[in-house]
Design a protein around this ligand. Sequence first.
Ligand code: PEP
Ligand code: MN
Length: 348
Amino acid sequence: MVVVMNERATEAQIDAVISRLIELGMDVHRSSGVSRTVLGVVGAHKIDPELIGILDGVHEVLRITEPYKRASRTFKPENTVVSTDDVRVGGDEVIVMAGPCSAETEEQVHASAAAVKRAGAKILRGGAFKPRSSPYSFQGLGEEGLKMLRSAADAHTLKLVSEVMDISQIELIAKYCDIFQVGARNMQNYTLLRELGHATKPVLLKRGISATIEEWLLSAEYILAGGNNDVILCERGIRTFETATRNTFDISAIPVVKKLSHLPIVADPSHGAGRRDMVAQLARAAVAAGADGLIIEVHNDPDRALSDGAQSMFPAQFERLMAELRIIAPAIGRSICLEPVSRRGWAR
Ligand code: PEP
Ligand code: MN
């Protein structure tokens, strides 16, 4: 349920409505817009909306028709900005996360981190626990990989996002990463999502391989319902009848999510395309479509990568893409790290 207050409702009236709702056992989220205050209420099916509608200062009471509540824009009209220190995802700036698919060696992680930092990325990506389709493929280095990623992120003043596959890994990964990544294969691992609802770090939630946008937002709802409001959605392509690309990158998910939800959304063109010669095109399209950021696989020597080498960009390709994004982002009213670090000496 959403309670829309009158434009001229006083603070005392707003407080009285909130107190009444809490007294009735509801969970209340307050959003104060330019002209009105809106109260998002969860658990409201248990109460009679008319009883709230007659309280002083209330303009109208609406039902949230979507099955997800906390993730919905009706519940919270203003955009959510997810921060990890000074890096803010969902604000004006388009945030780029980049790095290898997996941590492999000290040298590879450091060289890739240096390259993405130089080009203007703010967050290092890299997996230490890898969800591979085959049990015989490289599964990641575990804690050793996390140590490499953390030290490279620190050495280059980057934040770190890394995948968590199971609740048993949360505590360990939390020691090293700034943002948990939940992979496409785990989007419906509800035990994991519930547990991350109690985490104190943001969660980047990828869209499942065959998930509808509604199912994806319901998965976000699991995390939000546990009290963790810092969820970043990530479109990474879905499985369709098309086989020319690894997945079908669903560009329309970006405006659809923006309409349905207040949560930030980033795009992963690497897993969408599955081949490095098509990553830049999808990345540019995603930013133009309104994505709040990108997560891109970049490897210092992609032809020798232990996972996802074919879709990992060379550092020079990534640098060129960043230069293109510096033209696209301002054209749609967004900012992006202004110039390569090498020319400025330090990133903003
Ligand atoms: C990854 O980011 O390397 C990854 C495994 O992604 P996804 O879960 O989207 O397949
Ligand atoms: Mn990968």
